[in-house]
Ligand binder design. Structure first.
Ligand code: PNS
Length: 171
């Protein structure tokens, strides 16, 4: 059984991620999309919210499952019998960063990393840009699935309401 992992922060999942997951699922028997639970970095969405959006985004793919992990990715690979890590490259600067991590993961545990070049349609796309656009009520409908677009709208509305509540509490 050839099982690979697509790891990431997915804060939130974008159409670029989904394009990669679709292509990886075509090439492999089993794909785990693994969300990093980062204790050092507070994201916009919780790990469970990210999982929920990923499940919705990947529900059409029979051989894709979604999981979360903390700690080292190579430990997750060992524990889940994963034969390779798959990462996407949008640019040369992605490659500079990814090469170092891939070599370190190979050094740590002999786990290979396979690279897929991003669909040119999405080479400009990142979760951080999506967050920034959504924060200022920009149109992200071409960048994320409708379900994620709605979750972003709700999240920023909640954050805005909380800010107003805090300001009122100060008066
Ligand atoms: O979506 P991202 O933020 O580019 O994903 C980065 C991720 C989650 C793949 C990477 O940070 C990771 O694997 N973190 C887990 C800790 C780890 O194993 N680090 C590598 C040590 S060489």
């Amino acid at each position: 059984m050839r099982r690979v992992v697509c790891p990431g922060s997915f804060d939130p999942v974008t159409n670029g991620h989904i394009d990669i997951i679709r292509r990886v699922a075509r090439q492999n028997e089993e794909v785990i999309v693994a969300v990093l639970v980062n204790v050092n970095k507070k994201g916009l969405f919780t790990a469970d919210e990210k999982l929920d959006m990923l499940r919705e985004a990947t529900k059409e793919f029979d051989n894709v499952t979604v999981a979360k992990f903390d700690g080292l990715l190579v430990d997750f690979c060992r524990a889940n019998d994963v034969s390779a890590i798959v990462r996407s490259l949008r640019s040369v600067s992605d490659f500079d960063y990814e090469l170092q991590i891939a070599q370190m993961n190979y050094q740590l545990a002999g786990v290979d990393t396979l690279f897929l070049t991003a669909n040119p349609k999405y080479s400009f796309l990142s979760s951080s840009l999506v967050r920034e656009i959504a924060q200022y009520n920009g149109d992200v409908s071409a960048l994320v699935p409708p379900y994620v677009e709605e979750r972003l709208r709700v999240k920023y509305a909640e954050l805005a309401a909380r800010r107003v509540g805090r300001r009122r509490g100060l008066r």
